[in-house]
Design a protein around this ligand. Structure first.
Ligand code: AHR
Length: 493
């Protein structure tokens, strides 16, 4: 099989917002406790933050982290997580039927973010709470001083405001599983009034409205349209969530889910722009894909978990090689939508459907999905160039799927072009990139991630990014041979 990618330096999609490669940490299972916060761990610092986890997150280069949920936020009282730790209440977490001791809250999160050079994306509770709790939290975090909440923050040890810029208006409010689930009109009204109050407290914040939990939700489309009627002028982004699984054990169908992901983004853009037209608005709503990943391996194990434990092993999917391939191809899909998708959160970051896993009494280990994500977060930066592929397609259960997903970005800071290409075929592939209006220099680095059994997981840390040794660069042509079922990256000066 052959695949050709045609790009023109002058045909730009958009600059990739660095926040595209964000992530998410929720009070869920061992994501916070035994994940990023574990005071009795040998690597913990004086704040109780595991340094081995900080080092691992720093390798992933995540610029933005969404918190504290997820489903958790919809029954959360943020005030429980501030003040002296020995006076914080232990509560039932209704989202995951666990025990929440509130030893980690907004101060700890903001401080931890500073350790990993990430900005917070703070979600407010629009399930059991609303305007009052949300505007107080903005005042607590962002108002300088001289008021009840800002002075309480100072008393609790943070003289300077946190200046949190990105705020999520609730989480998955379209889903019946959500505590305080709402109809689109109910959520739209509440989100509008909450946004209004939050922006009076701090007009500089950016807001994300809660879109559909999955493309397959029965209300998908009408949910977006109705809520945007209410919040169009208040928000900057509309969120999308999407997880995929391979329950059917159908490799080609699973790898073809990137086509579904692409269609989902197109659909949401279409609804946003239809509302824009109807409102005669000059403003464009951008997207925040603030939960995306593979999630299905842990479902049976989670169903068998006893309720009301603290930090149980929940959503601890062990990812295999085919999962890494899908994550790579979803990442390429996000880059193709750099004009509208400005924020992305790989869900999640540590232990819970995560690239990074911790052992309670040991170290950290990296899942298969860590590797493609690390490469896009590091090198998927700069200007995304419009890709035109010439490649055969295969028929999966749902879609016609091109055998490659392929994308080039030009990074003006490093003066490099970087090609990401995934071969979804079970055979090797001749691959070429033809570039117009740009003279290519020299090969800087070429890597491949391949050769593993598709069901292999990475507990033993065998998986590695390997050199791709057969790349030729000549003028405006790049040539290579891609291994079967491989994720590849080629950097050229
Ligand atoms: O990321 C796990 C869960 O998935 C989140 O809590 C929720 O928002 C989604 O359903």
């Amino acid at each position: 099989i052959k695949s050709k990618l045609f790009v023109d330096r002058t045909n730009e999609i958009a600059k990739i917002d660095p926040r595209m490669w964000g992530s998410f940490t929720e009070h869920l299972g061992r994501s916070i406790y035994e994940g990023i916060y574990q005071p009795d761990h040998p690597t913990a610092d004086k704040d109780g933050f595991r340094q081995d986890v900080i080092n691992a997150v720093n390798q992933l280069n995540v610029p933005l982290i969404r918190y504290p949920g997820g489903n958790f936020v919809s029954a959360y009282n943020w005030e429980d997580g501030i003040g002296p730790k020995d006076q914080r209440p232990t509560r039932l977490d209704l989202a995951w039927s666990t025990i929440e001791p509130n030893q980690f809250g907004v101060h700890e999160f903001v401080k931890w973010c500073q350790n990993v050079n990430a900005e917070p994306d703070m979600a407010v509770n629009l399930g059991t709470r609303g305007i009052d709790a949300a505007r107080n939290l903005v005042e607590y975090c962002n108002f300088p001083k001289g008021t009840y909440w800002s002075d309480l923050r100072r008393k609790n040890g943070a003289e300077e405001p946190f200046n949190i810029k990105v705020w999520s208006l609730g989480n998955e409010m379209d889903g019946d599983w959500q505590i305080g689930h709402k109809t689109a009109s109910e959520y739209g009204r509440l989100a509008h009034e909450t946004a209004k109050a939050m922006k009076i407290v701090d007009p500089s914040i950016e807001l994300v409205a809660s879109g559909s939990s999955l493309r397959t939700m029965p209300t998908f489309g009408s949910w977006e349209e109705t809520i945007l009627d209410h919040v169009y002028d208040d928000v900057d982004y509309l969120s999308l969530h999407q997880y995929y699984g391979n329950e059917a054990n159908d490799l080609q169908g699973f790898l073809g889910k990137s086509v579904d992901f692409d269609g989902f983004i197109n659909d949401v853009v279409a609804v946003c722009d239809a509302v824009k037209a109807r409102k005669h608005s000059k403003k464009t709503i951008n997207l925040s894909m603030d939960e995306w990943n593979v999630w299905y391996h842990s479902h049976a194990q989670d169903d068998a978990q006893a309720k009301w434990q603290h930090a149980p092993h929940l959503l601890e999917d062990h990812y295999n090689f085919e999962d890494a391939l899908l994550v790579g191809s979803l990442a390429i899909t996000l880059m193709k939508h750099a004009d509208r998708v400005k924020i992305g959160c790989l869900a999640q970051l540590v232990n819970v459907i995560a690239p990074i896993m911790t052992e309670t009494d040991g170290g950290v280990w990296f899942q298969s999905i860590f590797y493609p994500f690390m490469q896009v977060s590091q090198f998927g930066q700069g200007i995304a160039l419009t890709p035109r592929q010439e490649v055969d397609t295969y028929h999966s259960a749902d879609y016609d799927v091109p055998y490659t997903d392929s994308m080039m970005v030009y990074n003006p800071d490093t003066q490099e072009v970087v090609v990401f290409v995934e071969n979804k075929a079970s055979e090797a592939m001749d691959y070429e990139v033809h570039v117009d209006n740009m003279q290519l220099g020299q090969l800087v680095e070429a890597t491949q991630f391949c050769g593993y059994d598709i069901k292999q997981t990475n507990e033993n840390q065998e998986m590695k990014i390997q050199p791709l040794t057969n790349v030729k660069v000549d003028g405006n042509l790049v040539q290579s041979k891609l291994q079967p079922l491989s994720w590849n990256m080629i950097r050229v000066s």
